[in-house]
Write a protein that binds this ligand. Structure first.
Ligand code: ADP
Ligand code: ASP
Ligand code: MG
Length: 478
């Protein structure tokens, strides 16, 4: 599998980072499929590095345990913990032989002791919740990465578990930590490269990292994709593969539009916009490390490993219909600040954005008029403080219950008539805000959340269902 330049003069086989999502490691049959996929990669003259999510729904269960503990419901939290551990135990009994099963059982015992203790602390001192939450929710990836490494070894693959916390070094913002690029590159070169050169296949948990002081952090929900991209960039991989439960990046969320198509290729800019505006198939930060080094990202379907999936790379291809996909993001709050002649007032917008920065709240869409500014946020948890601070600038109104719809395509800005087609298809819809022109690849607008499925369905019909499409029909795991 591995080779050195001396073997044949062409240099070592390229590294491929393969990230497996929760459904791809959900149960023993899924893990057996992963073993076949990795086996095929190892035989095809690439050197795989694996990054795995927690088994599906395990992270939800761990968050549930945190919530129950903080509310003082330790018994309920313990029941959730027992169920989660039992699921791992059943999978290991099916996948592992005696010595490996004992090794994994010992890890489950350790996880059980640690989690019980952490839940006890959170229940007694709810103020510790944020600091300890990452330690708790990160256990899903910790266990899944051990299980995957052992299960793949049982199939004869030279896998070796590597502690992701030693590689993905981050700042100390719990629950949404920011990676420290240079430290990650040096840790990957130090901890992963020698293993890869020895012919081993490193297996890491996604989502988790640690501060330079050693405290566990996480990269935000869905963050294992980001881990995969960080590792891929640090190792200068030939490709970052995101193995998931759909046949690729699709023209729309298949749970909203079952007629969605698989898109053969997207540019980095298109994928980044779609991911940011709600296409959950890719964590919004995944593209950043890949684009910096021009590493292609490929979305692959775990149930059909030979299908082409979607390649995301630096090619900026304009499609015949002018758009490639539609994404939507629910749970949006629109904030409006009204003040007499505010735009004439020097520094007004700076003061306004400083309020959001101070409350660490990202603003997505902004529209201004002479007397008011409207903007959207998806995290309204700091809204009481934001409203209080904004009230010194003008009259403030915040309204929940909106969704952002984002239509994306290279060349969208230069394709005549696209906006007309979009808004023509939505002539009956109440549209709260529109943003076009900030990026040449995207047109974004805000509608009531209750209307969003209907809006995306109508746009999909208008752009993708009238004539034959280049991509194949979407496939979704049952
Ligand atoms: P994983 O557990 O493999 O990381 P996720 O659940 O995070 O998988 O992401 C895959 C899901 O993303 C799909 O099941 C689908 O419902 C959703 N999704 C939303 N928009 C899109 C899109 N445009 N293309 C593909 N999947 C999408
Ligand atoms: N397990 C984490 C989550 O569910 C990270 C991931 O799956 O990407 O959010
Ligand atoms: Mg995901």
């Amino acid at each position: 599998m591995t080779s050195t330049p001396d073997d044949h003069g062409f240099g070592p086989d390229p590294i491929v980072v393969m990230k497996f999502g929760g459904t791809s490691v959900a149960d023993p049959s899924a893990i057996r499929r992963v073993a076949e996929i990795v086996q095929a990669a190892a035989e095809s003259e690439s050197r795989p590095v694996l990054v795995t999510s927690a088994m599906s729904k395990v992270t939800d269960a761990l968050f549930d345990m945190v919530t129950r503990s903080a509310a003082g419901h330790v018994r309920g939290a313990q029941d959730v913990l027992d169920g989660m551990l039992a699921r791992h135990r059943t999978a290991s009994a099916e996948l592992l032989d005696e010595p490996a099963r004992c090794e994994f059982d010992a890890l489950l015992e350790e996880a059980s002791r640690n989690l019980t203790e952490l839940m006890r602390v959170v229940s007694r001192h709810p103020g510790t919740r944020l600091a300890l939450q990452d330690e708790i929710v990160g256990q899903g990836e910790h266990l899944a990465s051990h299980l995957l490494a052992l299960a793949l070894r049982a199939k004869g693959l030279p896998c070796i578990w590597v502690d992701a916390r030693q590689v993905i070094r981050t700042d100390d913002q719990h629950a949404r930590a920011i990676p420290l690029q240079e430290e990650i590159v040096s840790a990957a070169q130090r901890l992963l490269m020698p293993r890869i050169e020895e012919g081993q296949i490193p297996v890491l948990g996604g989502f988790i990292g640690s501060t330079l002081q050693g405290a566990t952090t996480t990269l935000g929900r869905g963050g294992s994709d980001f881990s995969g991209a960080l590792v891929g960039a640090a190792l200068r991989a030939r490709e970052i593969q995101i193995w998931t439960d759909v046949s690729g990046f699709l023209t729309a969320d298949p749970h909203v539009v079952p007629q969605a198509h698989t898109i053969p290729q997207l540019s980095y800019a298109e994928a980044a916009e779609l991911a940011y505006f709600g296409a959950r198939v890719l964590h919004p930060q995944t593209i950043k490390p890949a684009v910096a080094l021009g590493v292609p990202v490929r979305i692959c379907y775990s149930r059909e490993p030979d299908a082409a999936g979607t390649t995301i790379d630096g090619r900026r291809v304009v499609s015949a219909q002018g758009i490639k996909a539609i994404a939507c993001k629910r749970g949006i709050t629109v904030v409006q600040v009204t003040a007499a002649r505010m735009l004439g007032a020097y520094g007004f917008l700076r003061d306004l954005f400083e309020v959001f920065a101070r409350h660490r709240t990202a603003v997505d869409i902004v529209a201004t008029s002479e007397v008011s500014v409207s903007l959207t946020v998806d995290d309204a948890s700091a809204m009481p403080g934001i409203k209080a601070d904004l009230s010194t600038l003008g009259e403030v109104h915040a309204q929940e219950g909106y969704a952002i719809v984002c239509v994306v395509g290279e060349g969208l800005r230069n394709t005549v008539g696209i906006a007309g087609r979009i808004f023509g298809a939505l002539s009956e819809t109440d549209i709260a805000l529109i943003s076009q022109g900030a990026s040449s690849t995207n047109l974004t607008f805000v509608v009531w959340e209750k209307d969003v499925s209907d809006v995306v369905t109508r746009l999909h019909e208008c752009f993708f269902e009238a004539e034959a499409q280049p991509g194949s029909p979407a496939k979704v795991a049952p």
